[in-house]
Design a protein around this ligand. Structure first.
Ligand code: NAD
Length: 307
């Protein structure tokens, strides 16, 4: 067991399966005490269960410390309670990994308002609620101590949010919103020493299996050991552990994509090309030429295809 996160307490949402489960096991392997949250719902957000228990059991069997939480990240009271649980039982909370997620994929013409709302609720509202609950506590501590606190928020975006993905207008919008949330929270929380970053992970899980059609998906820790598997959903977990550590105190507002063997810094929405009107309003009837020559620098910019 490494001591990278010795003495730290981490909350990982949606840690009963897949990527979150791998994060929880990784954080515990570096000495963190983990609040393993999971609603135990299906991939599309139905039902509930005690899926967090198995992960708590694995951490305990490996000599680590963890407790389960079965709350829904979209529910304000339940989120306040999961954060309170960390403070009540361990005296502090240092790391929040917002990972819980569902998908309800359909082309936009077939997507119901319920499919849109539930995906936004789990991803965007869930990430915001857990971040807010921790931020309120951290701010109060920083104020009474007259300084800063140890605080790390690590959010989860996706290629669908960064680049777009057919059939995921709800999920892509939610995952893009998480990037905006990450950047805004990184500014707000910098004054109390809290960093806020996002990862864009990958790997075959029961969630991504719904897209690829894979039926039985083994959890990351059930895969054969030793061989490098580019679809292993635990490949982003070391990045989460590092971002959670003292070593990453200077890193905030960043989006890091960890897919297979690649680690990439993602940056978007910088001004690529700018032209000016010369101090007057644009004339829509003349904009076609300006767009083709100055902005797109081609008559056919084409679709921006995703990853
Ligand atoms: N698998 C991929 O390729 C991939 C790629 C990019 C991003 N992601 C993101 O990674 C995260 C984890 O996805 P995964 O692939 O491991 O899926 P998964 O289905 O294996 O795990 C998601 C977990 O979240 C839990 N959950 C769902 N709704 C919840 C709620 N309201 N409150 C608490 N827990 C809830 C589920 O019970 C489940 O255990 C998601 O945010 C997903 O969008 C996954």
């Amino acid at each position: 067991m490494s001591s990278l996160l010795e003495g730290k307490v981490a909350l990982v949402t949606g840690a009963g399966h897949g990527i979150g489960r791998a994060h929880a096991l990784e954080l515990a392997s570096h000495g963190a005490t983990v609040v393993v949250n999971d609603l135990g719902s299906s991939v599309s957000g139905e039902g509930s269960g005690r899926d967090a228990d198995e992960v708590v059991g694995i951490i305990a069997a490996r000599g680590g410390k963890a407790i389960a939480d079965y709350g829904d990240v979209g529910d304000e009271e339940q989120v306040e309670a999961m954060v309170a649980k960390a403070f009540d039982q361990f005296g502090h909370l240092d790391v929040v990994v917002n990972n819980a997620g569902i998908v309800r994929d359909r082309a936009v013409w077939n997507m119901s308002v319920q499919d849109f709302d539930l995906v936004m609720r789990v991803h965007v509202r869930g990430t915001w609620l857990a971040s807010r609950a921790a931020a309120k506590r951290w701010r109060a501590i920083a104020k009474s101590d007259g300084g800063s606190v140890y605080g790390r928020i690590i959010n989860t975006t996706s290629g669908a949010g960064l680049l777009g993905h057919f059939g995921q207008s709800n999920y892509g919008a939610a995952k893009a919103a998480i990037v905006g949330l990450t950047q805004t929270l990184s500014l707000e929380l910098a004054s109390i020493g809290v960093t806020v970053n996002a990862i864009s992970p990958g790997g075959i899980t029961r969630l991504s299996g719904t897209i690829s059609g894979a039926e039985q998906v083994p959890e990351a820790d059930e895969r054969p050991e030793g061989e490098f598997d580019p679809k292993d959903p635990s490949l982003a977990s070391p990045v989460v552990a590092w971002l959670a550590s003292h070593e990453a105190a200077h890193v905030s507002g960043q989006v890091i994509r960890a897919m297979g063997e690649e680690l990439s810094l993602m940056q978007g929405w910088t001004k690529r090309v700018t032209t000016t009107s010369g101090g007057k309003r644009w004339d829509a009837t003349k904009l076609g030429a300006v767009m083709a020559t100055d902005i797109f620098q081609t008559r056919a910019p084409g679709l921006r295809l995703g990853s």
